[in-house]
Design a protein around this ligand. Structure first.
Ligand code: R5P
Length: 294
């Protein structure tokens, strides 16, 4: 197995390679003056199982093209198998048709990767797991929530209450609760599909006097977490933290979240950011080793 260090995830790829004791393949890359992407594998991959580590957070489209080009280059250069490790798989939130006239973007992305040469895919906390069944190759999602919960145990918040910002994310809060042991619950969230505006409410949630950690797959604008923090403050929570797998954190989201009464934001290196305090490398390395031996 050889680990191709996708330009978006060089550090994570190096950590994974060390844990699985594999050689790395460095990538030369640039953008042409008109914006088109260029990649080149800097060492041979003939007859190798190639694992490309490349996240697809912003700029999503060029990172997706780099991933597709790396898969194509690997096959052209004789790789026998190409596994894409894509910690943050962009477009996964458009996993169904919400309004007439739309497409299912994530299915199109998967078909594009298949055509490029990807044979299977590993991702982390994809927004909705069931979409993977429709991919044209085997695809698996891992969960980094126990690793994030462990971080808080290490900080002395082992009995914190795990909160999901909406009902659909309750499985995330339950995974965190199984590490933390301080109880779990969820808010209710509704989204207007035309304006994107969300409203959140709490029903029967007892967090008075508790330390609460809001767990989510993605924090993007921070609106969801700020809404949750407001509710938690009104319900008497003593301390509020937030943890997410993919700290997309666009614009001044981080500042606004911290100003809303959240003490700390913790993310993973799925999206490299200074809040990425938890590495996905051990989780991904374990899955790759299991794949090799299975
Ligand atoms: C949506 O359901 C996701 O799980 C996240 O809650 C959402 O993407 C977070 O977005 P934002 O930070 O923009 O509220």
């Amino acid at each position: 197995m050889k680990i191709v260090l996708g330009p978006a995830s060089v550090e994570l790829g190096e950590k994974i390679a060390e844990l699985v004791s594999s050689d790395t393949v460095r990538v030369a890359h640039k953008a042409f003056p008109d914006g088109e992407s260029y990649v080149r594998l800097k060492s041979p991959v003939q007859n190798e199982h190639v694992v490309i580590v490349q996240t697809t957070s912003a700029p999503q489209d060029s990172r997706l093209m780099q991933l597709a080009f790396l898969a194509g280059a690997s096959k052209r250069n004789g790789a026998c198998k190409v596994t894409a490790v894509v910690p943050y798989l962009s477009y996964a939130r458009q996993d169904k048709i919400f309004l007439e006239g739309e497409g299912v973007s994530i299915e199109t992305v998967a078909c594009m990767l298949k055509a490029a040469g990807v044979d299977d895919l590993l991702t982390v906390n994809i927004h909705a797991e069931n979409v993977l069944k429709k991919f044209p190759f085997p695809a698996k999602t891992l969960s980094a929530i126990p690793l994030l919960a462990d971080y808080f145990v290490g900080k002395g918040y082992g009995k914190a209450f795990a909160l999901a910002p909406d009902k659909g994310a309750m499985h995330i809060a339950e995974q965190a609760q199984s590490v933390l042991g301080g109880g779990a619950g969820h808010l209710f969230k509704k989204r207007d599909r035309y304006t994107g505006q969300t409203t959140q409410i709490a029903e029967g949630l007892d967090v008075n006097g508790k330390t609460v950690i809001v767990f989510d797959d993605i924090i993007s604008t921070g609106g969801t977490i700020m809404g949750a923090a407001k509710i938690l403050r009104n319900l008497g929570a003593t301390r509020i933290f937030t943890a997410c797998v993919h700290p997309v954190l666009i614009g001044d989201a981080e500042k606004r979240i911290l100003n809303s009464g959240v003490k700390e934001i913790v993310g993973t290196d799925s999206v490299p950011h200074h809040v990425s305090k938890v590495s996905l490398a051990p989780l991904i390395a374990k899955a790759l080793k299991a794949q090799e031996s299975g």
